[in-house]
Design a protein around this ligand. Structure first.
Ligand code: F6P
Length: 548
């Protein structure tokens, strides 16, 4: 298939971008009283208002035409059919199978993977129930009080986000901790607070070859043994989640204490698999089922809804419009619910590891910009930190504002402030404040004309800054599952339009390889071949520090 740039819709999009670059959203709202009504879609408990975007019907039409030209529909069907769409790793990308109901059938290589998924889910359910009910005992017969997930990247960010978001539903006896950074300050600091007899370690690694995870896990195991536990006790306190039984066994964890998943689950798409064990332990199997059900509902929506009503597709296309049409370089994620404050970090991996690519699926250089720099932070906190640049800086920064309409965990007088701010910030970013308005307000406040003249430029806001507002009815396992699946499919949509493989991550390998060589240089002296003078000088400094 020709690249997107060869399609008429691409040129239409570029021409349209040039034509509307100076258009103002305020005018679009004035010209169309129905704009807000028309530019929204809803899936179950998630509503998207995309009216505060610098886009009009012609722009959307060009995007839909481009989606057709790039065969988005065919690509979606191929993913759901289990075709090997992750071509560089010669496998399907079947995270959607992880949330299919028990009676669904999806055959890959003659095997119904949905049956395998539910067999493993049942095993997880039995284990999680035993820990939660206290029938799973530690080496001295005591119940588990602390669960420590040791993993990184996709083996950390998803479970970490979901456990945090659903904390109000957590089992009262179980505290959940996440260790990712190999800086030993994290694990040693945490271990000081734990009782070895009531702690359960989950070593989570798809490959079971990730240096950071294995180093942290080894430190945890040594600490456990140093507290007087025996090798035999390890079985009661260490479990593994992986696709690699041999490496789990070699590490010293009994395969009976291993929960598996499959190579067709990408790390950043894996929270729905056994990688979600900390989630199931914290909130229970039924809530985990709800998480899966929410994601499955979004999958079905994505698979079947027409583009205009298709929430992930709309988000993906609007993102393409900003990146390739209006040349935005970043995308802000601003969750207003405290429970979603880890969403930006999760989406950074999901989006940037998936679409941070510069060759197409067939290895040709891409002719377009691909994934944006995704960044973000709690919206409310951000307002008091970086929003200044959104309001009055010089850059185009599209944003997603996400908030729950109902929040039973926040007293109403708190929640109304959250909602008001989320809504008002989107309004302020879009409408801005004209110089005339600024002057009038200062006059009304009694400032003299000289001061008004001086301050007017500083108190003028250009506005025209775009946001999507995503409203959840409430943050529940079901809506959270739907939200995260929505973002997975947004990323997929964009990957299809850019023709990249959203499911590999070769770019992270070079750094790992060089880190191993730098470590060898620490041990053996000298430098890695071809190390530049800067790298050599840094190695010298580090070596001196390590030897001191
Ligand atoms: O280095 C990147 C990466 O491979 C991610 O894609 C993955 O989520 C993470 O490392 C952890 O990998 P693993 O689960 O195999 O330890």
């Amino acid at each position: 298939m020709p690249p997107p740039t060869r399609h008429g819709a691409w040129h239409r999009l570029q021409a349209h971008a040039d034509a509307v670059r100076s258009h103002r959203m305020r005018d679009l709202f004035d010209a169309d009283p129905e704009r807000a009504q028309r530019m929204q879609c809803r899936v179950g408990s998630i509503r998207l208002d995309y009216s505060k975007n610098r886009i009009d019907d012609d722009g959307l039409d060009a995007l839909f035409t481009l989606a057709e030209a790039m065969n988005l529909r065919g690509a979606i069907d191929a993913m759901f059919a289990g075709e090997p769409i992750n071509a560089t790793e010669q496998r399907p990308a079947l995270h959607v199978a992880l949330r299919m109901p028990r009676d669904a059938v999806l055959e890959v290589g003659g095997r119904n993977v949905v049956a395998d998924v539910h067999t493993e889910l049942d095993k997880l359910r039995r284990f999680a129930t035993a820990v939660r009910e206290g029938t799973w005992k530690g080496r001295t017969g005591r119940e588990v009080t602390d669960v420590v997930n040791i993993g990184i990247g996709g083996s950390d960010l998803g479970p970490r986000l979901v456990c945090d978001a659903l904390r109000p539903l957590s089992h009262p006896r179980l505290r959940t901790h996440f260790v990712a950074n190999v800086d030993g300050a994290r694990i040693t600091g945490l271990l000081r607070t734990l009782d070895p007899d009531t702690t359960l370690f989950i070593v989570a690694s798809k490959s079971f070859g990730t240096q950071e995870t294995l180093t942290n896990a080894t430190t945890a195991r040594q600490w456990f043994l140093d507290q007087g536990a025996s090798e035999a006790d390890i079985a009661k306190h260490f479990v593994a989640v992986s696709t690699n039984t041999d490496k789990v066994t070699a590490f010293g964890i009994d395969p009976a204490n291993m929960f598996g998943f499959w190579d067709w689950v990408g790390g950043r798409y894996s929270l729905w698999s056994a990688i979600g064990l900390p989630i199931m332990l914290a909130v229970g199997p039924d809530a985990f089922d709800q998480l899966l059900a929410g994601a499955h509902a979004m999958d079905e929506h994505f698979r079947t809804a027409p583009w205009q009503e298709n929430l992930p597709v709309m988000l993906g296309l609007i993102g393409v419009w900003y990146i390739n049409g209006l040349r935005a370089g970043t995308h802000l994620v601003a969750p207003y619910d405290h429970g979603l404050r880890q969403l930006p970090a999760y989406l950074q991996q999901l989006d940037m590891e998936s679409n941070g690519k510069s060759v197409t699926r067939t290895g040709a250089p891409v002719e377009t910009k691909t994934g944006a720099v995704v960044w973000g932070y709690s919206g409310i906190n951000g307002q008091h930190a970086f929003y200044q640049l959104l309001h009055q800086g010089t850059r185009l920064i599209p944003a997603d504002f996400i908030v729950s309409l109902h929040n039973p965990n926040s007293p109403p007088h708190h929640h109304r402030i959250v909602l008001a701010n989320c809504i008002a910030q989107a309004q302020a970013l879009m409408q801005g404040r004209t110089t005339e308005q600024a002057r009038a307000e200062m006059r009304a406040a009694g400032l003299d004309e000289a001061r008004i003249r001086e301050l007017a430029p500083h108190r003028t806001f250009d506005g025209n800054h775009p946001t999507n507002t995503l409203l959840l009815d409430a943050l529940t396992p079901h809506s959270l599952g739907a939200l995260l699946a929505m973002y997975e499919h947004k990323v997929f949509t964009q990957g299809v339009l850019w023709q990249v493989n959203s499911f590999d991550q070769w770019g992270v390998e070079l750094g790992k390889d060089l880190a191993r060589r730098v470590e060898t240089a620490f041990d053996e002296g000298g430098y890695p071949d071809d190390a530049d003078t800067s790298t050599r000088a840094l190695i010298d400094l580090a070596r001196d520090a390590l030897d001191a």
